[in-house]
Ligand binder design. Sequence first.
Ligand SMILES: CC(C)=CCC/C(C)=C/CC/C(C)=C/CC/C(C)=C/CC/C(C)=C/CC/C(C)=C/CC/C(C)=C/COP(=O)(O)OP(=O)(O)O
Ligand SMILES: O=P(O)(O)OC[C@@H](O)CO
Ligand SMILES: [Mg+2]
Length: 227
Amino acid sequence: MKEWKHAFKLDPAKEIDDTDLEKICESGTDGIIVGGTDNVTLDGVLDLLARVRRYTVPCVLEVSELDAVTPGFEGYLIPMVMNSQVKKWMMDLQHEAVKQYKNVMNWEEMFVEGYCILNPEAKAYKQADCRMPDADDVLAYAYMAEHFYHLPIFYLEYSGTYGDPDLVRRVKGELESTQLFYGGGIETPEQAREMAEHADTVVIGNVVYTNLKQAIKTVKAVKEITK
Ligand SMILES: CC(C)=CCC/C(C)=C/CC/C(C)=C/CC/C(C)=C/CC/C(C)=C/CC/C(C)=C/CC/C(C)=C/COP(=O)(O)OP(=O)(O)O
Ligand SMILES: O=P(O)(O)OC[C@@H](O)CO
Ligand SMILES: [Mg+2]
């Protein structure tokens, strides 16, 4: 995943037909992330996994629901929400999962993500009871992700709305070894390119379901960038 510049996030709670899924999987994207905030079920995850597996594209599961975890993915992304006001979303859910399952966890395939969620209208923001940080707060979260927690990934999440490219640039300047994911509101190749100028990896979600043609064009836009 260190090499990923572009990823599509597919929501197991949403329908996608085989033709569209083929276009996504054969688009040249670096990987597929299966994940969503609500209504994530084991059946939904298994269905997507089996269908994505027809193609060679790498596929990882972003765990938001413990009951929907299954073997068979190349990797597992474990969110912890750094700007949540409630310890549950930063520590307790993950603690409970480790307590129950540490014997079957393969840490080589688990990647913890420090999430900073910046759209107050996003489901994940509301669910995790987030507070809105200012720019200095965000930079400090990024710094903590790398230097306190040694996380492999810091995820600047604007789910559903396009974010601030200048903040993405400043966050990137704060990080050396932690990989910066940007996700949220990318609907055009130009927006994908703008965020990919700064973020290590851009994640494209909802536009897959609203405008597949534009979604596919984001791959080339991101791959063309040489930093
Ligand atoms: C078989 C095998 C490999 C076993 C492994 C063992 C095992 C069970 C490991 C689990 C490891 C572990 C520590 C898991 C943690 C579990 C857990 C429940 C963590 C909490 C996750 C969390 C903080 C979720 C909050 C919400 C969040 C940050 C979601 C991220 C995704 C996101 C923002 C999606 C966008 O939302 P979307 O649904 O698309 O929204 P729209 O519909 O509005 O677009
Ligand atoms: O759905 P969008 O707004 O593209 O966001 C992508 C991803 O960051 C969601 O977790
Ligand atoms: Mg979504």
